[in-house]
Write a protein that binds this ligand. Structure first.
Ligand code: FAD
Length: 302
């Protein structure tokens, strides 16, 4: 598997990155500021910031990217979606991110507005994720980044995208995004290493050359586990589900344990690094990295 060299230097140990989302209240923003300081101190390859489809949280997303850029050492990576926004609006958002010193993007199409489907006019008229990769490249050519590497990532679905559920179609589309200029991919959540490893093996056999970062989330609650299962498109492991329920529906240590075991299998199987969905908390993802001995020095202990 191709190693991911975001910093340009050869990593001596497995690398990692994080995902956060914009806070939905002032109190949550304070907690998030605290969390991202800890996340940044762990030395991730990047911290990605989600974007609400239809531009619903554009300003909050940009604010958080700016905060990361100005108040942490971490490289911010901006998620972008196209549903519900025309080409000019998407381009304005790309420029706004670039003006804030953010040149790394995850190019997504986004989901149809809640309660609607793929034939919603907001979806039909939107740019595809492949066209978004091209648009970012055009914007970057006009404004070459001065301070960061400037890379474009795309999404990958080891268990298939909900609409297709066909591995061949998902792989063909991922390769089309690679051909458009995507430099790495980040996966949707999944529970079992085999799901990722077989997807990447099949994709590489079909011509994929870019690294695919497995997306992992240590869950704390039964509700989060159900959410991950619906995103993964597969049932949660029964033992984990049972253990969480027996703990009263809240047991962060169980999510850490499962994620550590999964990450070990993935890294041993050749995954280039791990991308951790933080749920805007630092404790669990840092516990995962500590168990994997990937924190040097430990930002909490130091
Ligand atoms: P697309 O590239 O649009 O493709 C999805 C699937 O559809 C493909 O795998 C392929 O099978 C099929 N497909 C699409 N177009 C074609 C075509 N022309 N020909 C053949 N097949 C095609 N959503 C948000 O709103 N905000 C976020 O911040 C966000 N972050 C995400 C981060 C990650 C890592 C992931 C995996 C998903 C994220 N999502 C986010 C969700 C994402 O927007 C949805 O899953 C959306 O439905 C698909 O957009 P996409 O760009 O991932 O996929």
């Amino acid at each position: 598997m191709t190693p991911l060299l975001l910093s340009g230097s050869a990593p001596t140990r497995a690398r990692f990155s994080f995902e956060v989302f914009p806070a939905r209240s002032g109190a949550a923003a304070l907690a998030l500021g605290h969390a991202v300081q800890h996340l940044s101190a762990a030395g991730p390859d990047f911290i990605s910031v989600t974007y609400g489809a239809n531009g619903s949280n554009r300003d909050a997303s940009l604010d958080l990217l700016r905060y990361l850029r100005e108040h942490t050492e971490a490289l911010p990576l901006a998620h972008l979606t196209t549903v519900g926004e025309d080409r000019d609006e998407v381009l304005r958002t790309i420029h706004a991110a670039m003006d804030a010193g953010v040149h790394d993007f995850l190019a997504l199409r986004g989901d149809p507005p809640r309660g609607s489907s793929e034939d919603n006019p907001a979806v039909v008229g939107s740019l595809s994720s492949r066209e978004l990769v091209e648009l970012i490249a055009e914007a970057r050519a006009e404004r070459p980044p001065l301070t960061s590497v400037g890379r474009t990532a795309v999404a990958a679905y080891p268990n298939g995208h909900p609409l297709t559920r066909s591995r061949a179609e998902d792989i063909d589309w991922l390769i089309a995004k690679q051909e458009a200029g995507a430099q790495f991919a980040v996966t949707q959540l999944f529970f079992r290493a085999e799901e990722y490893l077989s997807f990447v093996a099949d994709a590489e056999a079909a011509g994929l050359r870019i690294p695919v970062l497995p997306g992992l989330m240590p869950v704390s609650t039964s509700a989060q586990l159900r959410k991950v299962a619906s995103l993964a498109g597969r049932p949660a492991p029964a033992a984990l589900e049972r253990a969480l329920e027996e703990s009263g529906g809240y047991a962060p240590e169980l999510g850490v344990e499962h994620t550590v075991a999964l990450a070990r299998e993935l890294l041993e199987g050749g995954a280039p690094s791990i991308h951790l969905y933080t749920f805007n908390r630092h404790e669990q993802v840092l516990a995962v990295l500590r168990e994997l001995e990937l924190l040097t020095p430990d930002p909490v202990e130091a």
